[in-house]
Design a protein around this ligand. Structure first.
Ligand code: AHG
Ligand code: MN
Ligand code: MN
Length: 342
């Protein structure tokens, strides 16, 4: 029976492209694959065992942590530790760099992750996800890994990906050689290559944003959204609005169908524009994947992957999607900047 290309085969064949490869990176990715299966199992039975609902504590971002967030966080930590290939971990759910317990071997990689993205959707059985972003350490191996390792520009990611727990469970990743999607075949317990070399359409028909924040956006963003909805604007086809409120699910749909996702800066306090999404565990990995698929990602004023991070839990505006859609958005932003300067 031919079951197709497993994710293990795929990672291994990538490893063979690199003659200096030691297998370390392959072991690291495989630890994430196992974590994905563990979290998928727990998400799928969330309604059966009593893991639904809130755990009652507040995470470092000031948000309520839900039980599945903790389960996913723990699964990723323990499987990544066991791989022996990480020097530190950074989770959306934890304030500081996560040290590697003494009993585990240390490696040369570090992983930023959002263990469960879209967790406010859990109780309604809406798609949620896990996001990961991998870097090589920059400090010498005999030192403890620190902020210098954790705060690297997104363009230095060696891999990034996400798992979506949806109508099926998919893992999408890139190591800088295109974007590849795998679907979990539960009957054999393997992720099988279902979406090789994903390319995002150069222009889409979908925009995804929490439009209730409209009045707190800058002029360029408001003008752009008005233009998308304007029947007189001369679009080939009118844009349609789709917003789930799970970044992974909104991004994944737009990656396959084409479109633009926007979480712009909030100007409620005009002196302190605030992004919502986290640079290291949300914006950078999605931007890396999108660019690898032929799309673009910006904050409105700069390329996300070029931001020099200053804090591990830094938040940024994120506008990501089809290349021509993001370019049109940037044109609106440039025109608005020109007007306010002139
Ligand atoms: P998380 O569940 O990891 O905290 O992330 C939630 C994020 C992201 O998934 C989504 O795009 C965004 O929050 C939704 O925000 P709004 O509810 O403000 O639209
Ligand atoms: Mn998230
Ligand atoms: Mn989360």
């Amino acid at each position: 029976m031919d079951i197709g290309v497993t994710i293990f085969d795929h990672i291994l064949s990538n490893q063979k492209l690199n003659p200096g490869a030691t297998g370390a990176f392959t072991r690291l990715l495989m630890a994430i694959v196992v974590a994905a299966k563990v979290v998928q199992r727990d998400v799928a039975k969330a309604g059966l065992v009593d893991v639904l609902g809130r755990a009652g504590s507040i995470n470092v971002q000031g948000e309520e942590v839900q039980k599945l967030d903790e389960i996913a966080n723990q699964a990723l930590k323990s499987l990544l530790w066991s791989s022996g290939e990480v020097c530190t971990l950074i989770s959306e759910e934890e304030a500081d760099l996560i040290e590697i317990p003494r009993q585990f071997k240390r490696g040369n990689y570090l992983v930023h992750f959002d263990p469960l993205d879209g967790s406010s959707n859990i109780d309604a059985n809406v798609s949620i996800g896990t996001i990961f972003s991998i870097y090589r350490r920059v400090t010498p191996p005999e030192m403890d890994a620190g902020l210098q390792d954790a705060l690297q520009q997104g363009m230095r990611q060696v891999a990034a990906g996400y798992i979506i727990y949806g109508s099926s469970c998919m893992l999408v990743y890139s190591t800088g050689y295109g974007v590849h999607g795998f679907t979990l075949d539960a009957s054999v317990g393997e992720f099988l290559l279902s979406h090789p070399s994903i390319r995002i359409p150069s222009r889409g028909k979908i925009y995804s944003t929490n439009e209730s924040n409209y009045r707190y956006w800058d002029e360029g963003t408001r003008n752009y959204i008005d233009w998308l909805k304007d029947p007189e604007a001369g679009h080939a086809k009118p844009y349609t609005s789709r917003y789930i409120g799970s970044l992974v699910a909104d991004f994944h749909r737009n990656l396959l169908y084409g479109g633009i996702f926007l979480y712009p800066a909030d100007l409620r306090d005009p002196h302190k524009p605030r992004g919502k999404l986290r640079l290291m565990c949300e914006a950078n990995p999605m931007s890396f994947i999108c660019e690898q698929a032929g799309g673009l990602a910006t904050t409105g004023s700069e390329r996300v992957l070029e931001i020099q991070p200053t804090e591990i839990h830094q938040r940024v505006p994120l506008i990501v999607g089809s290349c021509e859609d993001v370019q049109t958005y940037q044109d609106f932003m440039a025109r608005a900047r020109g007007r306010s300067a002139g």
